[in-house]
Design a protein around this ligand. Sequence first.
Ligand SMILES: [Zn+2]
Length: 113
Amino acid sequence: MHCPHCSSTATKERSDRTAHGYRRFRCQECGRGFNERTGSLLNRLQLPSDVVFLIVLWRLRFKLSLRDLAEILLLRGLVFSHEAVRDWETKLAPLPCPAPATQGQDRPQLVRG
Ligand SMILES: [Zn+2]
């Protein structure tokens, strides 16, 4: 495992795991600790990565509202706000947008999901 802080490969896996069960490591070069999600878009999220991906998939595929998703998963004991769903969607599923228009050309059309 590469250290996300100094890119060293001299890392050692620790015996304990994070609260969500991710493997933890210690860099032998810089001495800093990290886990499997350190440095990724999903670092420091309050839910496991697979749950966040599932929520964003349901949002995009089934067009569920932000509040519906929070309410549905509350039934399974997962507590998060509809704003959290919006943040996850923004991070994981950004809308493709056209290249900026150059002078003298038509304005680009806004892509809507
Ligand atoms: Zn390091």
